[in-house]
Design a protein around this ligand. Sequence first.
Ligand code: HEC
Length: 246
Amino acid sequence: MKKLLVALIALLPSLAIAAGGGFSYPLEEARIDLEDKASLQRGAALFINYCLGCHQTQYQRYQRTAEDLGIPLDLAKDNLIFSDQKIGQKMTNSMPKEGSAAWFGKQPPDLTLVARVRSPDWIYTYLKTFYVDTNKTFNVNNAVFKDVGMPHVLQDLQGTQEAEMVYDTVHGKETLVGIKLTQKEPGSLTPEEYDQAVNDLVNYLEYVGEPSKLDSHRIGTWVLVFLAVFFVFIYLLKKEYWRDVH
Ligand code: HEC
């Protein structure tokens, strides 16, 4: 049994290669910090400005976002809601389903759970690796999402990138082994500022994927405080019981 397991584990990487078939761009690590309210607020603003027009987060309400992120409700009403929606409503848009599928080849998916489905690192890398490809409808392609149907909506901020495809001979076949990206035109942000902006966005999407995580952090702290106090009582009680025994 043990041997069988070892053999299976040894086989796994080759199975993965056989199934995946080829190159996958290495993911960069997003710095997720749900305690960082300022980052979450910046991320929410970016999301509403640059993404909500196409992508809904239909399980998330404006009010919940504002409350969780510590944004006063009247500020949220004036600065976060551009449509005629109310603060208690879900964060949706009015993009027609059929129209969007025809414009982009694919309907922009709801992003409520995207951080859980794709992983924060994947989204972070995805938003950083759009590159110029004049064969495509929107003149861009993406290193982690080949032939993506989404335009580079953050291009004003990031600028444009060029890609150099690196090929090598693997098992006698010409195979893509790397994609090298270099800045072509600058955007309005420096590369460091752009990384920060994208990280804020991903941080926000991670929060949206599980808003109750913020609650569990808070509750977790109280549970620890309770246990600490409880321990003192138990300790005193124990001493009380044993006093007569000694
Ligand atoms: C102009 C419309 C449009 C805007 C604006 C837009 N997207 Fe997209 N997005 C799309 C479309 C269309 C797809 C589907 C692409 C495909 O499947 O080829 C997509 C796909 C994605 C995906 C991949 C989802 C998946 O799991 O397949 C992510 C993540 C994403 N968008 C994030 C964002 C973020 C973050 C923003 C804001 C910075 C944004 N998008 C703004 C149209 C848009």
